[in-house]
Ligand binder design. Structure first.
Ligand code: NAP
Length: 303
């Protein structure tokens, strides 16, 4: 019997593990893919208090190492189901294994949103990518495009501008949601072109992506831009469907919870991007991890 099972080894989940372990509770993290969560895809982090600059990969690695050194167990299996037996909760993994615990913390994060264009799924890995730091190097010296106007898109564009010949930044509005400082850095680069008030409307190429159609929202004109890669950075969507029968989700699928990280069900807590919140950042994910773990420890002590 583990005290706390944490679902998801991103920033929120690993931080929850650190806080649980330091409070003397046993913690098991179930992770369906790789530890680190979304931040491993961010080339440069410059807004985490106390760390002026670090790569997303190094940040995730440090966090993982810190949790494991404190005794947190990480098992690489997805969580398929939670059965709530009151003071004992059972988590069934996608591999069919059962784990019992006193409290659960859902830190499932969010997954990359797709554009929904024809041929998008077929061209993944053949020019369509959702991770510039993972795939950018394959397009060294080539012309590429980034779609989106948030922090991910701007960070991706800055990274790609350093290795690609030309980077088109395609955004559906004329102002960016992401950090002004990054937008200003991009505007100064000779090999970056902003294509604003525009959306990507078609993907072309025989066996690989060769060009994209970009449609202007201003006048409806269509421009075909030859690119070897399109990096889609249009945000994330939560993936909490497996728990919908147990806890309340909002109409977009995020777990209903406030700053205290309590879900609608006793003994089940949530942390990070998977919950309803106004600001999804590393800092807020880490803060949630601390809050959820502390609340879970208090809950267990009251049992
Ligand atoms: P985001 O902030 O939600 O931005 C998504 C962008 O994609 C927005 O510019 C949005 O346009 C655009 N978009 C959404 N749906 C679209 C569609 N169907 N077609 C075309 N464009 C579409 O997502 P994100 O940039 O991935 O960031 C997610 C969270 O992580 C944010 O809170 C962000 O601040 C945080 N983050 C932080 C860091 C960091 O701290 N270093 C790095 C990366 C991400 P509109 O602007 O018009 O809505």
């Amino acid at each position: 019997m583990t005290d706390i099972i944490i679902i998801g080894a991103g920033t929120a989940g690993l931080t929850a593990g650190i806080y649980a372990a330091r409070a003397g509770k046993s913690a098991l993290i179930l992770e369906a893919t790789a530890y680190g969560g979304q931040i491993i895809n961010t080339p440069d982090i410059e807004n985490y208090p106390g760390i002026a600059h670090i790569s997303g990969f190094d940040f995730a690695q440090n966090l993982y190492d810190q949790a494991v050194a404190l005794g947190v167990r990480v098992v690489f299996e997805g969580a398929a189901k939670i059965a709530d037996g009151g003071s004992v909760k059972t988590v069934t993994t996608t591999g069919g294994r059962l784990y019992e615990c006193r409290a659960v913390i859902l830190a499932t994060g969010a997954k990359n949103r797709h554009l929904g264009l024809a041929r998008e799924e077929e061209l993944i890995g053949k020019g369509v990518s959702y991770c510039a730091t993972c795939d950018g190097m394959f397009f060294r010296g080539k012309d590429v495009a980034v779609n989106g106007g948030g922090n991910t898109a701007l960070g991706d564009a800055l990274y790609l501008a350093g290795i690609c010949r030309k980077v088109y930044v395609i955004h559906r509005r004329d102002t960016f949601r992401g950090a002004q400082t990054d937008a200003e850095k991009l505007a100064k680069l000779d090999n970056v072109e902003f294509v604003l008030n525009s959306t990507v409307t078609a993907l072309h190429g025989e066996s690989r992506l060769e060009s994209i159609d970009v449609t202007s929202k201003t006048d409806g004109s269509v421009r075909e831009i030859p690119v070897s890669a399109l990096f889609v950075a249009i945000g994330q969507a939560p993936d909490n469907g497996a728990f919908a029968d147990l806890i309340q989700l909002d109409n977009r699928g995020y777990i209903q919870a406030g700053e205290n990280c309590r879900t609608s069900r006793e003994g089940i807590f949530t942390a990070g991007d998977c919950r309803t919140k106004a600001l999804r950042q590393l800092t807020t994910a880490a803060a949630d991890g601390a809050m959820a773990a502390t609340a879970a420890c208090e809950y267990i002590d009251r049992l």
